[in-house]
Design a protein around this ligand. Sequence first.
Ligand code: SAM
Length: 243
Amino acid sequence: THFGFRTIEKDQKVAMVAEVFHSVASKYDLMNDLMSFGIHRVWKRFTIDCSAVREGQKVLDLAGGTGDLTAKFSRLVGEKGEVVLADINDSMLKMGRSKLRDMGIIGNVNYVQANAEALPFPDDYFDCITISFGLRNVTDKDKALRSMFRVLKPGGRLLVLEFSKPVVKLLNSAYDAYSFHILPKIGEMITSDADSYRYLAESIRMHPDQETLKSMMEEAGFDGVGYFNLTGGIVALHRGFKY
Ligand code: SAM
């Protein structure tokens, strides 16, 4: 692709990810529904169900984008709780804030522009952190996982929802064909930006598989790390605890 994904330097990846999400922000929700046939809603529902978030708790929805998870957490934590929607990209953050305000979600949600690699929050602050379809865009994933570990309370949990490696070989080939050929075409039609969706396909292929991500979370300090394969491993939900 014109991004030359395999050889880019760190600064170039940061700029490229910024360019991709500035470009797709206004059509992001529509594209999510089209590309996943609406199934991303089921994956996100499952994440919420595994979060065990209760009234009064503090939640960080990291790389939260247009705020699908934030909206659900806001209802769960109630007025005594707090949800922080953090994202590095101001276009995505603005879309998220305006969508949530239109839904009447105000009061217990704060919006913070932040890089997952250097979170601007105190130690031991959040009961739960989620990062949904965000980690693969982060340049230094180990640094980001360590930063999440630092801001999590002892007893808290991290949930990472991300594309992963399909467990069935046939599904793997079909999924590759879909993401490299069909996905950029849908992107071109809806956003006039096929390159951003080519980046998406490449970033999915480059992302660590289930076992590698599990080891990375353990390396960052998390205990009791496990994962659920969703839709045949196209997506996986990893969960780890800070004890
Ligand atoms: N979490 C939302 C969801 O599941 O629909 C949005 C996911 S979107 C595919 C990825 C998001 O990650 C974008 O909003 C992007 O700006 C954000 N992002 C990329 N790199 C980041 C970083 N280093 N720190 C924080 N957010 C980042």
